[in-house]
Design a protein around this ligand. Structure first.
Ligand SMILES: Cc1ncc(COP(=O)(O)O)c(C=O)c1O
Length: 428
């Protein structure tokens, strides 16, 4: 049944001919940076890096234009926590689309938005006030603005390896790859300092000029890196001592990914939490949630709304998010991610032995670190040809990112544990 199927590759090569034709079409119209990036990667790793064209997806499966069936071990960048096309999400979207696809944002809200704000507030461990956005970067931008209003300070501390989105506000605090920022540096917030992630001594640099400290509870794109026990509490303590606001980026980790509702739980108490990805069950929607106290900095509601957007809080996204949150709760996906993820991580570590530098993770956020990025790139490509969708993350892309749907069948995870050692041997 599509959704729980093992890979099924029916073309001689992957990408097959229909995907190849799609990629040729793409090269004629898409911004060239994406096409050229594939060529560079191919040069570096010695493996072709043309993509497949997705035409359908359900549960943990993706079907390409040639009819090949893949298992999505990235969960569409961590978006599909409830699986692709979860029936509760698709039903909610269809109903909302037929009834009210668009309302009037911050002027006249939709009932779907009221429902989502109540649901989200119930998920958060503090008395939350929420700003909705469309993507993760929107949520981070709203949090950065809130911090400036609350503290009057433009200074931001972020961390090396951190990724917060590439729109202008978040771009200035993206520490995962200097190349993201460099061409635009002249237009970015100059008051940003990057500290090494996980380093307690470096936190001394958080001083009275800093208005916001922005931290991921575990680095995602930065290489699936989990900080030492107690470090997040030290970040909070240092930020509080300096009078800065603590912004936790849960855009990848939120809603069960690490086996907790939020990865910060039990580690620190944030002023602001940013979520996105899994929230919409596949649709673009994000939120910046702050304590009532910090959000009061936005001031008098009678004034002009100084932070809004045409589609913020759009009804279809809100309806999808309500359905996704209900599915996560009703199917016990937070607990499932913890239990299934732990077993899988142990199984992967046992199967790989000395082939991997490290297998690490919490819940269904697992990284397999290899010796070098070129090899990881070859493994990603070899995995694709066998029907497994993976990505490389972190420095040089040498860590394989495993963030599958939280609903994924254990049989698929078991099968992958058996296949991965062979893929690594092939790529050696
Ligand atoms: C931790 C984290 N923050 C922010 C973002 C940016 O989200 P978006 O791409 O939706 O703007 C991402 C995206 O990968 C992310 O992983």
């Amino acid at each position: 049944m599509l959704g729980r199927q093992l890979p099924s590759i029916i073309t001689e090569r992957v990408p097959g001919p229909a995907s190849e034709r799609g990629v040729e079409r793409l090269a004629r119209t898409e911004c060239p940076s994406l096409t050229m990036r594939r060529a560079r990667r191919a040069e570096r790793s010695g493996a072709a890096h043309d993509p497949i064209v997705w035409v359908e997806a359900r549960g943990a499966n993706v079907v390409d234009a040639d009819g090949n069936v893949f298992v999505d071990l990235i969960g569409a960048f961590g978006v599909c926590a409830v699986g692709h096309a979860h029936p509760r999400v698709t039903d909610a979207v269809a109903r909302q689309a037929a009834r009210l696809p668009h309302a009037l944002g911050d002027v006249h809200p939709s009932s779907a938005k009221l429902d989502l704000l109540d649901r989200l507030a119930a998920w958060l461990p503090f008395d939350a006030r929420i700003v909705l956005g469309l993507n993760g970067a929107d949520a981070i931008a709203a949090a950065l603005k809130t911090a400036v209003l609350a503290t009057g300070r433009p200074g931001v501390v972020a961390f090396e390896g951190g990724y917060h989105g590439l729109m202008y506000g978040p771009l200035a605090i993206c520490g995962s790859h200097p190349g993201f920022r460099e061409p635009f540096a002249a237009q970015l917030n100059p008051h940003v300092r990057f500290l090494p992630y996980g380093d307690a001594a470096a936190l001394e640099a958080i001083d009275g000029t800093v208005g916001a400290v922005v931290v991921e509870p575990a680095l995602g794109r930065g290489g699936l890196v989990f900080p030492p026990e107690g470090w997040l509490a030290q970040v909070e303590a240092r930020a509080r001592a300096a009078g800065a606001v603590v912004i936790v980026d849960e855009i990848l980790t939120g809603f069960g990914r690490t086996g907790r509702r939020f990865a910060f739980e039990g580690q620190l108490t944030p002023d602001l939490v940013c979520v996105g990805k899994a929230l919409g069950g596949g649709l673009p929607i994000s939120a910046c949630a702050g304590t009532a106290e910090v959000m009061a900095a936005w001031g008098d509601p009678d004034r002009e709304a100084i932070h809004t957007a045409t589609f913020a809080g759009y009804p279809i996204g809100c309806a999808a998010a309500c359905a996704a949150l209900d599915a996560i709760e009703d199917e016990g996906l937070v607990e499932r991610a913890r239990a299934v993820g732990e077993k899988w991580r142990e199984r992967l570590a046992r199967a790989l032995g000395s082939r991997a530098r490290e297998v690490r993770g919490r819940g269904l956020m697992i990284g397999v670190e290899l010796d070098d990025g070129a090899k990881a790139s070859r493994v990603v490509q070899a995995a694709l040809t066998h029907g497994w969708l993976l990505l490389g993350a972190g420095p040089g892309g040498r860590t394989l990112q495993l963030t599958p749907p939280l609903t994924i069948d254990e049989a698929l995870l078991d099968a992958f544990s058996q296949v991965l050692p062979r893929l690594l041997d092939e790529a050696a």
